[in-house]
Design a protein around this ligand. Sequence first.
Ligand SMILES: [Zn+2]
Length: 346
Amino acid sequence: MPTFSVWSVQDEQMLNLLEHMFYKLNLVTHFKMEAATLRQFLRSLQDHYGQNPFHNFRHGFCVTQMMYSLIFLCGLQDLLPPEDIVTLIVAALCHDVDHPGLNNNYQVNARTELASRYQNKSPLENHHCAVTMAILSRTDCDIFRNAAPEQARKILEGVAELILATDMALHPQILRSLQDVHSFSFSQEEHVALLKKGLIKFCDISNEARPVEEAELWADALMEEYFLQSDREKAEGLPVTPYMDRHTVTKAKSQRSFISFLLIPLCEALCQIFPQMTVWMLQPLQEARLRYERQTTEVSGRMGCVGESRRGGGGGVRHVRSVRGGGGFGEKSRHVRSVQGGRAGG
Ligand SMILES: [Zn+2]
């Protein structure tokens, strides 16, 4: 469940647990997956995830583990067909594969090869899709090769759609659409399509719903990745992404804002459909928000009410990369430009 300790799992164990999820969800039987192919698919994904502080294989694992928890918590297997369940799991697993640790903002400003390949439109998410499809097209990794071709095609399209939805630039639009659904119905295709996007987005950014000690490590990892990016932006003379600057950003303020303006509203929208998420997800998020509010106030107090410490994140950021092979909870580069306040995205 969400309280599962994702930091204590070693690399090989992550593969075992992921494999277990495919079996437990009956996906192996239903789609006639071959054991060796499934293992190779998972191993190949692991190899293709970057060694970033945050956006790494542990993040992919973490998002998938949260999705797995939600599938059981919300009884999704009784509400959605196996095609949707496998789409949710595979998309969660693959959604950040080969992430370079530099977000879309950087890709566009630095005019990287990825940005030009995708005309500045969700370059990272498009890249994650492309790498996913390339892995799945390999005979030794094609977990859908025994599925009916039409069925496999639809699943892959669904996976791509969900990976693309994890671009945080789309957050306001997807959230608004979810909030606008008043009588949710599983028989309405567009409702279900929106729900799947909401679910993967929530899983992607849901670290703060985890136990404090787990969540803090993820937040530290994210800050570390952000600071590395802003250092690079400065070194290369590029515009510095405001919520990544180690001289102006603090974890408490950043997280408080992110939880308040992005994460809790998304969770509340999902709770309208699945009230059982309230206790397991919404309440821990509200507690996390309070915790960060307290931390922000304490820091402000110590600094003579001038605001938060500006000494920079380096001081407060633990180097989690070395802890168990790095972490990465991931939201996609929290780059939701204009969302009310705080770092774009928290
Ligand atoms: Zn992610």
